[in-house]
Design a protein. Sequence first.
Length: 557
Amino acid sequence: MDLVNLEIVIILTVGFALASILGFLSYKAGLSSLLGYLIAGYLIGPYSPGIVIDSHTAEQLAEIGVILMMFGVGMHFKWEDLASVKSVAIPGAFGQTFVTALFSTLFIYSLGWTLESGLIIGLSIGVASTVVLVRVLSDNEILSTPQGHIAVGWLIVEDIFTVAVLILLPSIAANQGLTGFDIKIFSFSILILTIKFISLAFVVFYIGTRVVTYLLFRIARTRSHELFTLAVLAITFAIALGSALIFGTSIALGAFLAGMVIGRTEVRHQASAHVLPLKDAFVVIFFLSVGMLFDPRAMVENFSLFTGVLAIILIVKPLTAFLIVYFLGYSVEVGLVVALSLAQIGEFSFILAEEAMKYKLLPDAGYDILVASALISIAINPLLFKSIKNFKYYLEKLLHQQSNDEGRGLISKEAVNKAIVVGYGPIGRAIYQTLQENGFSPIVIDRNVDTISKLLKEGKEAIYGDASKSNIQEIAGMEKAVLLAVTLPEINESISVIETARDLHPPIYIVARTRYISDKPFFENLDIPCICCEEEGLKAFREVLAATMDEIKKPKD
């Protein structure tokens, strides 16, 4: 068989095998598994003495990982979140990018390079890797916190700014040097940029939201998991690719917008549960592709440039971000989270550098240094996060700030006696009402999209999705819940929901509904403390449920 026709199979086989082994060894050594993935990529890349795999094919596969990762970020990030952090994200992103670009330009110019090359490298290292930022924040359970929102909002502003630079590159190339600047060409580029962004926003958020909502609701009513997953993937890739081809943005930004569009629909939780698990494998390919581009000779041949650029990424850039956040009135902890999450570079840096090389604004050596700096900074970044408590302790002493977790309203209060009701048929409605009457705060999970839509319009907490999926239960807040009521008619489905819940939150108190007395042993074998049987009548059902709630409340009285 011709191995040329098996390039993708070889990449997946060898790449995943090496990434698994080296990722595991890195983890056991107390390091981030990302370091193992990067080393694995280097070992199968063109600059290592071992097996060489086609890097161009790997880069194409890596784009899938970027699309799925950015889709997930967009799903959980809303304009309201960006608006809530705009006072720090917008000035912070521009301020940090300006300082980084200034330091880089002056440093690189002092080494004998052109001002244009220094500016391009400065802008390239000014933006962080979305994949790395989201991964590190997720691993440290910070992504959904206010400081996580600030970091993601900050990065979104940087991404938008970088897209603007990409569009302006032809004008910058046409006006190389300090003379001959054509204000007409530059102004026209700004006008085109503005029109593109306005058009993209209109198409995606005004037209796209309506079309996507209509399509997904129609497909959701079929209750077919594979059709729903396929539709979400098709919409995501179509918006991502369309944004890049028609409006000149990056695929990553297009995928983020696709996530935001689907995230505004009532089927967003089910979309998240079905699509996001796919991203993990492709994100590994992204790190493999970065490792494949790493050429150690670039560090040796341009050692002064490499150490200087790396110092700006790891010191100047995060220090600037921290000072901006801190002087805007946020706590040391928030400043550290934002600063350290941005102390790396990645995919957007490569995109900007590649485009600059096309216009001869950056020599090949500059691109090699960016790749080397990306690999080192990505490897170090998770380690920096492990030291965040130490940084916080010394900085608070230095700044004479008392340690606290408030930081401009950063504490979110959980609902008291949170309960989850799976299924909202007649039994589910009865349980929901009984829970409310007894001081519980219930949230409904159901696979009927019309039921969920109605509940949301009534102002009730409800999630559309398959409750046997851990993603759906996590979104519902299973780990904070005190009671789970499973009212599904099919016993096998109920058992799947219960097993998932116990994996996530073993102490959860479970109420299970069964139709027939003969089915009780199935739940008794699972050690379910409260089993309600329809054959025994609704009155008995309510009495058992009321006794259960009294039992739950006892330790709190």
